[in-house]
Design a protein around this ligand. Structure first.
Ligand SMILES: [Zn+2]
Length: 245
């Protein structure tokens, strides 16, 4: 995996203005993984996807993460900082791909995969998708009870719990939670860290800054957009300082 060139990043950002956050995230990761196979990328587990996004974030904007959350009791904004290494719970494999797992317990043999971006997109498009536990059932590739094939819907609740626990253990990066304490009323609550939204907010700001820098440099030096984007960031920064920005 590598950081896409700024020119490609700008194109992904621009195309992404007309796409859902999940669609543009798949496109970004496909570029980073240097694969044209969007289907493969959209079927990597949520944990693997988010671990890769955290790495991209570190390469693009550094290790320091600024977070904020509004106190549900008094409405005060709590702000705190993390480092990317504090939130890294899972390594990502060299090549993106679909991993499968199996469990044998109490006469049941289950083969399953982990939830992925397509599942999330389906759930966002249709709330019933989640209510009907369709995501879970869709992750069950094969299930047998005493060697007889049964449907995912026939899995008893206690076996379902075993599978869900294993899914969480295999994909810890999929659910990052933070404990927050209100600086005003001391109320404590839990908030979820969503790397997809976090990173796209930053990329959006980066793209606008970049367009402004291109405009200023092109206007002053008559350089082309392509040449300005090809410059190392540090050199671009020095030129911007010379023209007093
Ligand atoms: Zn409060």
């Amino acid at each position: 995996m590598q950081l896409p060139h700024p020119e490609l990043m700008l194109r992904i950002w621009e195309d992404g203005l007309y796409q859902s956050s999940l669609e543009k995230t798949v496109r970004l990761l496909a570029a980073a993984c240097q694969t044209p196979d969007l289907s493969l990328v959209s079927q990597m587990s949520i944990g693997e996807r988010d671990a890769r996004l955290l790495q991209l974030r570190e390469w693009m904007f550094g290790r320091q993460l600024k977070n904020m959350s509004t106190c549900p009791v008094c409405g005060q904004t709590a702000e705190w900082e993390n480092r990317t290494e504090d939130l890294r719970l899972q390594a990502w494999p060299l090549e993106p791909g679909i991993r499968t797992f199996s469990i044998t317990t109490d006469g049941f043999d289950i083969k399953f995969r982990l939830p992925h971006t397509v599942d999330m997109a389906n759930a966002m498009a249709d709330p019933r998708y989640r209510e009907q536990q369709t995501i879970f059932n869709g992750c069950i590739l094969e299930v047998r009870n005493q060697e007889l094939a049964i449907t995912p819907a026939e899995i008893p609740a206690y076996i379902r719990e075993v599978i869900e626990k294993r899914m969480s253990e295999e994909d810890p990066q999929a659910d990052i939670r933070m404990q927050v304490s209100c600086p005003s009323c001391k109320h404590q609550w839990e908030t979820r860290f969503d790397i997809v939204n976090y990173l796209w907010t930053e990329i959006n700001n980066w793209a606008k800054r970049m367009l402004r820098d291109i405009y200023l440099l092109a206007r002053t030096f008559s350089w082309s957009e392509k040449d300005i984007l090809a410059m190392p960031a540090q050199r671009r920064h020095h030129y911007l300082q010379m023209i007093g920005t």
